[in-house]
Ligand binder design. Structure first.
Ligand code: HEC
Length: 202
């Protein structure tokens, strides 16, 4: 009796120690399939790509004004193409950027709320909740960031269009967010950065 129990315990231990593989194989024998046969994605594996020209809901543009339909990437307005090479003079930007004007109302509560939401999603990790890089979570691992203070004098003097451009194409160590933050949303983030600057007394 005692040895029977021992055999049972050993068998159980073997099954659990050997993970689920033998159990799965038995399931395949009995039912023809097991939980190993499933369409799950490995971490970091790409899921099915979105159809060409589709605009994800989450990345969609916030409408420019109340009652305006959200049209994803805006149509009918001229959004000039440019790259990092057009960033030109820091704070002012090259000719393409200088020609852009902020189409949103910078003091609109809806714009600032949207800007805040996106700032918290995309920027806070490196630039901190108040725009001060030294207060960012990443600052201890990325010691250059405290030098880039979004709510300080320097960036307060930058033009709206230059800030828009930096969000869109990035610069130096700053990644581009143009693929994740769409046209009007970039302006909303600019407006929110302006609010952080005002709160910092700039
Ligand atoms: C992964 C970290 C990271 C994230 C996230 C990030 N930035 Fe940056 N940002 C940087 C770095 C690094 C620089 C310095 C760039 C350089 O080398 O010139 C910078 C510079 C800037 C500057 C120019 C500052 C200056 O003093 O010239 C602005 C404006 C800016 N970022 C805005 C933003 C905004 C708005 C967001 C969110 C959409 C954002 N950043 C997200 C890392 C980041």
């Amino acid at each position: 009796m005692r040895s029977l129990t021992r055999v049972a315990v050993c068998a159980l231990a073997l099954m659990t120690l050997g993970a689920c593989k033998p159990l799965d194989d038995t399931m395949v024998l009995v039912f023809g399939r097991s939980m190993r046969d499933q369409r799950s994605f490995d971490p970091y594996e790409n899921t099915r790509p979105a159809p060409v020209n589709s605009v994800p809901f989450s990345a969609g543009n916030y409408p420019i004004a109340d009652g305006v339909v959200n049209i994803g990437q805006p149509e009918g307005i001229d959004i000039p193409p440019f790259t990092q090479n057009d960033l030109g003079v820091p704070g002012i930007g090259g000719p393409v950027i200088q020609a852009m004007t902020n189409p949103t109302n910078p003091t609109s509560a809806a714009s600032l709320a949207r800007g805040e939401e996106l700032y918290q999603r995309f920027c806070i990790v490196c630039h901190g909740p108040d725009g001060v890089g030294a207060n960012a979570n990443i600052a201890q691992f990325h010691p250059v960031l405290p030098a880039y203070n979004l709510s300080g004098d320097l960036v307060s003097a930058y033009s709206d269009a230059y800030l828009y451009a930096m969000i869109r194409v990035g610069r130096g160590l700053m990644p581009e967010y143009g693929s994740r933050i769409s046209h009007f949303d970039r302006w909303h983030v600019v407006n929110y950065v302006r609010q952080l600057q005002a709160q910092a007394g700039n």
